[in-house]
Design a protein around this ligand. Structure first.
Ligand code: 8YV
Length: 320
């Protein structure tokens, strides 16, 4: 039987690409450029399956224009907000994601963002790097200590639970808000808040770990930032769409929010120049899952889903 034809939209690890080429008739993106809408459609026209990243946008319009031969979108991401799942369902296209395997890496980046924000990491790095460090005093570059503070998790799913575990290592008290309360074994003493308002009021550090949906877009707005304790820290390693960036700039400028550690932005790649102009932000370019180990694991998981589909089985991570 002919091997299924697979489009891999971005450069993946050698191990993943080698395995893909062993089992599929693969079309690669040799120079790793971002496809335009038209190129994405054109490249999808002669394949049975596509393995995209969050950089490829399968809107309802794009899905509507996909050829009938495309059977499965096996994402190289846990987030699926770049794919219109309803449109895929309506067209009978299977969609999968890569949960679990990136939780550790993303939780590590959440800790980096928290500490980078709390201890003024970007400001300090810039000072030394630019040769402008000419003064020291006990009053110099004083930041916030996280030990003993309250770590608020918004979205206590896989990544949220690992982030909570890492924050426990800093002696932090864990609070969370989630659609469902976890059972005690998963909760590990974390304090559940059945409203977002309840969580905001106690979050010395608020760390976002929920997906973007129509309900969570701009969830962290001026009103909600105002409900945080004075001098709180905001950490976002989930999606930029969760935060009203203008409102965050206001809260960072007034001092209501002491600092923010952000790995994700509304506009990517690029970020937000007005946020970047502030000293009290620690910024990263969406690298939460970017470790050698996790990139391998994400690619292999996406291939596992494709393998199952083409064996006629249900892919383990089917989301549509
Ligand atoms: C990835 C992510 O960098 O998995 C996600 O949802 O945002 C990141 O882990 C990216 O999507 C890789 O395709």
């Amino acid at each position: 039987m002919a091997r299924p034809r697979l489009l891999i939209t971005r450069r993946l690890t050698d191990g993943v690409q080698t395995r893909a080429a062993r089992d599929y008739d693969v079309e690669f993106n040799e120079d790793d450029h971002v496809f335009s809408r038209d190129e994405l459609l054109e490249r999808c026209s002669a394949v049975d399956a596509v393995l995209p990243c969050h950089s490829e946008h399968f809107s309802a319009e794009v899905i509507g224009a996909l050829p009938a031969g495309l059977k499965i979108i096996a994402n190289h991401s846990v987030g699926t907000d770049h794919v219109d799942l309803d449109a895929a369902r309506a067209k009978g296209i299977v969609v999968t994601n890569t949960p679990d395997v990136l939780s550790d890496a993303t939780a590590e980046i959440a800790m980096l963002c928290m500490l980078g924000a709390a201890r003024r990491g970007a400001e300090g790095d810039r000072l030394v790097r630019e040769g402008k460090w000419s003064f020291w005093s006990p009053a110099f570059m004083v930041g916030r200590q996280v030990t003993g503070k309250r770590f608020g998790v918004l979205g206590m799913g896989r990544v949220g639970q690992v982030a909570a575990e890492r924050a426990r290592g800093f002696g932090m008290e864990i609070h969370y808000h989630n659609r469902r309360r976890l059972d005690p074994a998963e909760e590990k003493g974390a304090i559940f808040h059945d409203t977002l308002e309840g969580l905001l009021a106690v979050s010395d550090v608020l760390s976002l770990h929920c997906p973007t949906t129509p309900d969570t877009r701009d969830l962290i707005n001026a009103d909600r930032l105002a409900q945080l304790p004075d001098g709180a820290i905001l950490v976002n390693t989930a999606r930029g769409a969760l935060v009203d960036e203008d409102a965050l700039i206001g809260a960072l400028t007034s001092g209501k929010v002491f600092a923010a550690g952000l790995d994700v932005f509304k506009d990517e790649p690029g970020g937000n120049a007005r946020l970047a102009a502030l000293d009290n932000v620690f910024l990263l370019p969406h690298i939460g899952s970017a470790t050698f180990e996790t990139r391998d694991a994400m690619g292999f998981r996406a291939l596992d889903n494709l393998d199952a589909y083409f064996r006629g089985e249900a892919p383990g991570d089917r989301v549509a």
